[in-house]
Design a protein around this ligand. Structure first.
Ligand code: GUN
Length: 289
């Protein structure tokens, strides 16, 4: 059997076309949706992500601001910039690209962002709202995964879902969203005993560990839906290409549905960032109306 592909680029294009219409309506009504992105340091992957986010904004009719700081910047400078963006009524979303350099207290930075502009959904207030089943902003990557599952009518009610990875960015919010759809959710991580025992039970398997090709075909239940959140760069001696946390070649022979890397979850993350920014601007427009 060869799995059907969930094409993140195609689904993104569909969703972004609708988002661009919403952005155009906002612009016509005098509210120009605007996302501010802050990048600290020279991490090459982060620089690429930020560039892609800014380019996606431009294409969708969303204004963007980009602040880039050297890794050794005084954190007070970044906090001051966040405070200024919080106070600026023309800014609807604020995103600080993670990871931050070691001298930064990442939690303190995320807590400094006004919850109403926290389009990543990482502020404790927004994490709490998600946990209560009443989200203000859904974190972009798990939000994108839910849209991919929805696009293929993947049945989640009572389904066994296994998430590999317990990060604040993906694993934990992913679990909350799936639980809200009445899935039975298991979160595995680096200390889990017998990972394959868990993954082989999964009707839906979400891999979000950041380790190239660690989920192989023999760890997958026949017909399962496999969502690969990983974006790993293979070493130069192995070709230097991007690959996921799933070994696509062996997994596609077992799974029913699978997301590729690149062209899977990655573009959906950016799409849902646009969705959150536009939604934030629509809330402001609604308050003005
Ligand atoms: N780094 C990796 N993923 C993300 C994300 O979704 N948002 C932010 N701000 N940083 C990230």
């Amino acid at each position: 059997m060869t799995a059907a592909i969930i094409d993140g680029n195609a689904l993104s294009a569909e969703i972004r076309a609708k988002l661009a219409e919403r952005a155009a309506t906002l612009n016509a009504n005098g509210v120009s949706p605007c996302l501010a992105v802050i990048l600290v340091g020279e991490d090459p992957a982060s620089a690429v992500y930020v560039r892609n986010k800014v380019a996606a904004c431009e294409k969708a009719g969303v204004r963007s601001l980009r602040d880039v700081y050297a890794a050794d910047v005084d954190p007070a400078v970044v906090f001051a910039r966040i405070a200024a963006l919080n106070a600026d009524p023309t800014v609807h979303g604020i995103l600080v690209q993670l990871p931050l350099p070691k001298n930064f207290d990442s939690n303190a930075v995320l807590e400094a962002i006004a919850p109403a502009k926290d389009v990543d959904g990482f502020h404790a207030e927004n994490v709490g709202a998600l946990m209560q089943g009443n989200p203000r902003f859904i974190p972009c990557t798990p939000y994108g995964v839910m849209e991919m599952l929805k696009s293929r009518n993947v049945n989640l009610k009572g389904a066994e879902v296994v998430i590999v990875g317990r990060s604040n960015i993906v694993g934990k919010p992913m679990a909350m969203l799936l639980l809200a759809q009445s899935a039975t959710v298991t979160i595995c991580h680096s200390q889990s005993r017998d990972l394959a025992f868990h993954t082989r039970r999964a009707d839906v398997l979400v891999a979000a560990v950041g380790r190239a090709k660690m989920i192989t075909g023999d760890m997958i239940k026949p017909g399962a839906t496999v969502i690969d959140v990983g974006i790993n760069r293979l070493p130069a001696e192995q070709g230097g290409k991007l690959c996921g946390d799933v070994d696509f070649e062996s997994a596609k022979e077992v799974a029913g549905l699978i997301t590729p890397v690149p062209g899977g979850v990655g573009p959906m993350t950016i799409t849902m960032l646009l969705a959150n920014t536009i939604e934030s601007a629509e809330r402001v427009a609604g308050e003005k109306a």
